[in-house]
Design a protein around this ligand. Structure first.
Ligand code: ADE
Length: 225
């Protein structure tokens, strides 16, 4: 998968994405990151990317022209996505949908906002990573790339592959344990030491379900099963 990122802070990339699973995916060429500096799409002496808001008010707004020019120069055919707190929420469902593309073009917003004509007339989707306001779209872009990248074929080893999607989907995970069997007086649940695979499976399902009911009942309302 090829991911283009348009940003005012190209030096932030690849950042945390150079480690771990995503780092391996990048090194293996399974994911290709192409970082574009928004300032490279300006034509004035000051390379100005923002301007004062029409109607007044605090802060600056990213100008439409450099963003339109950058996106129109792209080579990919996949969706163009603006990261912003106004977008649809990033969920695992949306992550799966995005992972089906050969390429993505991500636009990182900054300052007080982005000229609305970008959202209205240029991008295919506007995506938020949650109901809180960050200083820009760069961290959200990295979150999206991390989540989508791990679904790109070959990025996860067979050991790690998106597991047990049949029942784990839309449920929180069951509890995991490793050695020692007793740690500071706290024992691992007996069933996990039993070697009885069907019982272990049953216990894990029950745990996942009970946890989800208790901590995230909102997840169950969307569930048909
Ligand atoms: N930019 C600032 N806050 C954001 C958020 N929560 N999601 C996506 N982009 C953002």
């Amino acid at each position: 998968m090829i991911v283009d990122v348009l940003t005012l802070f190209p030096e932030l990339f690849p950042g945390p994405m150079s480690s771990g699973v995503t780092g391996r995916g990048l090194a293996a060429g399974l994911i290709t990151l192409r970082i574009h500096n928004l300032r490279d799409y300006t034509h004035d002496r000051h390379r100005q990317v923002d301007d004062v808001p029409y109607g007044g008010g605090a802060g600056m707004v990213l100008k439409p022209e450099p963003i339109f020019e950058a996106v129109r120069a792209r080579t990919g055919r996949g969706p163009v996505i603006l990261l912003s707190p106004q977008g649809e929420r990033l969920t695992q469902q949306l992550v799966r949908e995005l992972a089906a593309n050969d390429d993505l073009y991500l636009i990182c917003g900054r300052y007080e906002g982005v000229d609305e004509r970008v959202a209205a007339h240029l991008v295919d989707r506007e995506v938020s990573i949650g109901d809180y306001v960050l200083t820009g779209g760069e961290l959200p872009a990295m979150v999206l790339i991390d989540a989508v990248g791990r679904l790109v074929s070959g990025v996860l080893g067979s050991e790690e592959s998106p597991r047990d999607e049949s029942f784990a989907e839309d449920l929180l995970e069951y509890p995991h344990y490793t050695r020692p069997a007793v740690f500071e007086g706290h024992a691992v649940p007996e069933v996990l030491l039993s070697g009885h695979h069907a019982e272990i499976e049953r216990w894990r399902r029950a745990q996942a379900s009970e946890r989800t009911h208790r901590r995230r009942p909102d997840l169950l309302r969307h569930r048909e099963r």
